[in-house]
Design a protein around this ligand. Structure first.
Ligand code: NDP
Length: 329
């Protein structure tokens, strides 16, 4: 059988991981023939709860799981990791300013970046789900100078999947008919879901929704941008299973590849493509193969899209400037 892949996951006792870990262990991420070693990180007060999660993983007797290690030291947990899923982050609590949030997460992601730099396997790939995900990924990346910059991604796949679901519903087609969706920018309320380059049954998605620009502007964009808040309102807790699913799909496509003719959305270090200069981690349309992501070049960006992409990238540059001022990068 194949040699195992070592997967490190942080925030392992949290809500997203309560869904994510079981699906990784079942083979949904890397395939039904790929053994895994799980290395799970938590903060010290959550280690007891994590022991309970491990008991449940044990009780599933998943064939693909070769070992499970837990701990609160990133140096030990990231040792030998081929893939690191950084789910744990400090959530915004009442009365917390944005600067406080960036600072609290800065402490976490500087330490984790250094630990990855010093201990992860040479082929390490790092995906940040914990918010503010793009800037947390930037902090980790800048604190890991020996790891190629493009090995750090942030999650916008959930936004991508949400956008597909909304277009399918509006066009009256199954989600499988919607392809070539793109999320641009930051994983925040400024993110831009691009319907103009998306397709429904291979035809322009904008035509399939009756060229209804009013729907795009007043319903589609805000619904995708504010979906997280709507789920909290309805469920009394933030999205967890769908965030886990998106984390898993991002990692799967990154390592195993995107299907031909389609692309996905991933926040990756900017390169100058689409006029977006280097220095932040922003979402783009990407194709992936063998652990490498390539930006899909040459898409037409209309005026409506350009203004919104630029605004979201400007927000990312402000966040990067703020963490620079804090001495985190
Ligand atoms: P969740 O598992 O629900 O969420 C974890 C992170 O994912 C949060 O930052 C959250 O951001 C983010 N997230 C949630 N939904 C989405 C989404 N739709 N798209 C992208 N990101 C999303 O939180 P819990 O509080 O249940 O669990 C967090 C765990 O992390 C706790 O057990 C805590 O102890 C742990 N932790 C571990 C650390 C470590 O390993 N060193 C460090 C810090 C925390 P948002 O807050 O915006 O919803």
């Amino acid at each position: 059988s194949k040699p195992p892949v070592t997967v490190a996951v942080t925030g392992a006792a949290g809500a997203i991981c309560y869904s994510l870990l079981f699906r990784i262990a079942a083979g949904d991420m890397l395939g039904a023939d790929q053994p895994v070693r799980l290395k799970l990180l938590e903060i010290t007060p959550a280690l007891q709860a994590l022991e309970g999660v491990v008991m449940e993983l044990d009780d599933c007797a998943f064939d693909l799981v070769e070992s499970i290690d837990i701990g609160d030291d990133p140096n030990a947990i990231f040792d030998g990791a081929n893939l690191a899923l950084l789910v744990g982050a400090r959530p915004r609590t009442k009365g917390m300013e944005r600067g406080d949030l960036l600072e609290a997460n800065g402490a976490i992601f500087t330490a984790q970046g250094k630990a990855l730099n010093d201990h992860a396997a040479d082929d390490i790939r790092v995906l940040v789900t914990g918010n503010p995900a793009n800037t947390n990924a930037l902090i980790a990346q800048r604190n890991a100078p020996d790891i190629p910059a493009e090995r750090f991604n942030a999650l916008t796949r959930l936004d991508h999947n949400r956008a597909i679901a909304q277009v399918a519903n509006k066009a009256g087609v199954p989600v499988s008919a919607v392809t070539n969706m793109t999320i641009w920018g930051n994983h925040s309320a400024t993110q831009y879901p691009d319907i103009f380059n998306a397709k429904v049954n291979g035809e322009p998605a904008f035509d399939a929704i009756g060229k209804d620009l009013e729907w795009v502007e007043s319903y589609f964009l805000p619904t995708v941008q504010k979906r997280g808040a709507a789920i909290i309102e309805a469920r009394g807790a933030s999205s967890a299973a769908s965030a886990a699913n998106a984390t898993l799909e991002h990692a799967r496509d990154w390592l195993l590849g995107t299907p031909g003719g389609n692309w996905t959305s991933a926040a990756i270090p900017t390169t100058g493509a689409y006029g977006i200069e280097p220095g932040v981690i922003s979402s783009f349309p990407v194709t992936e193969a063998g652990g490498e992501a390539s930006i899909v070049e040459g898409l037409e960006i209309n005026e409506f899209s350009r203004a919104r992409i630029d605004a979201s990238v400007a927000e990312l540059r402000e966040e990067a400037e703020a963490v620079k001022q804090l001495g985190l990068i």
